[in-house]
Design a protein around this ligand. Sequence first.
Ligand code: NAD
Length: 336
Amino acid sequence: MKKIILITGGAGFIGSNFIHYMLNKYPEYEIVNLDKLTYAGNLENLKEVENNKNYHFVKGDITNRELVEHIFEEFNPQYVVNFAAESHVDRSIEGPEIFVKTNVYGTHVLLDVAKEYWENKKMEDVRFIQISTDEVYGSLPLESKEKFTEESPLRPNSPYSATKAGADLICRSYFITYNFPVIITRSSNNFGPRQYPEKLIPLTIKRALEGKPIPVYGDGQNVRDWLYVEDNCKGIDLVLHKGRIGEIYNIGGGNEWKNIDLVNLICGIIAEIKGEDAERYKRLITFVKDRPGHDRRYALSIEKIKSELGWKPESDFLEALKFTVKWYMERWEGII
Ligand code: NAD
């Protein structure tokens, strides 16, 4: 059955992968992508779908209430998936204000316009998916085997994660107070094609190809749980269609890697593809002053989404990482 989905932040990393995934899987769905095109948004990410008759792009800001109201009037979406955010922790440390504006206030505008519109039109089968992050739970000790569940307390440590936690709480309040149909997903670190090269994996590949220093924070021992972006898209799709209203679902990859080990692995993959000695790239690794408040370890329990919706990550980590490295190498050939 035809559905119209408003996707925000669809020109960014996960949003663009999700748009590709959805247009491919549901040829009868229509997608409206609202994106401000900040430095992180790139229409190149959507080149293959720009002429698809079921895809519409609107350049604009989720904090612009008038514009968001206009989009609801014009397109009549039943579903909203809110990816739009300022997403880089380092930038949030340097300038938190835009994070508060986009991530907290912007989410509020979307919730409020959707609520009013859907109520006025008496629309049924409507859903709002808030895309959140494992970073809202804060940090785990390196030595522990503990994992965050959806019940874990929110203890965000960076301005970025604090604004994402703030958005999650506003979503929760709309469900509790107004019975608004919102569901939150919290995923671990995504990797895959179309990510802006300020994040660890594409940055490492870019610097290695350029022969420039590859920065690694602190002692490199910080642990992240990596999730292939397509697995996340599959999880979000399931939550959108089958998740329980008012619930939170963790989406984790189950691939815990120390940053330094992951960077070394990527150097090895690049060398293997080029038929070179990995030392040539590993030599570029440079430890830099640690990020203030740097979370030591994130790890997510995915029991809930597994048992309720039957989701688990399907990709083989190493294969997906090799595919990702090749994808960037093909795009950045000119850089070498
Ligand atoms: P990204 O930075 O690659 O993309 C964000 C997109 O939002 C960009 O296209 C940008 O132009 C757009 N945008 C920013 N401010 C906007 C505004 N005010 N109005 C409209 N559009 C705006 O981010 P990403 O990595 O794709 O992350 C997407 C979502 O997933 C974010 O909400 C992020 O918090 C969450 N998340 C990301 C990860 C990850 O590993 N990347 C992990 C967990 C959760």
